[in-house]
Design a protein around this ligand. Structure first.
Ligand SMILES: [Zn+2]
Length: 55
């Protein structure tokens, strides 16, 4: 059963293309604009001090 096709199309999945532009506190929901070159987890929530998450 040789298909003959190269690769199918499992790539385009998500709706919008692009990385998240903000970091979110998993604890209280605080959102902060993501800084370029600075991982979200390097930033802390000003409210509860929890490291933010981005993706
Ligand atoms: Zn927080």
């Amino acid at each position: 059963m040789a298909g003959g096709r190269g690769r199918g199309g499992a790539a385009a999945g998500r709706g919008m293309g692009g990385p998240p532009a903000k970091c979110v506190c998993p604890q209280c929901g605080y959102e902060a604009a993501k800084k370029r070159g600075l991982p979200c987890r390097r930033m802390k929530c000003p409210k509860c001090g929890t490291p933010l998450v981005g993706e």
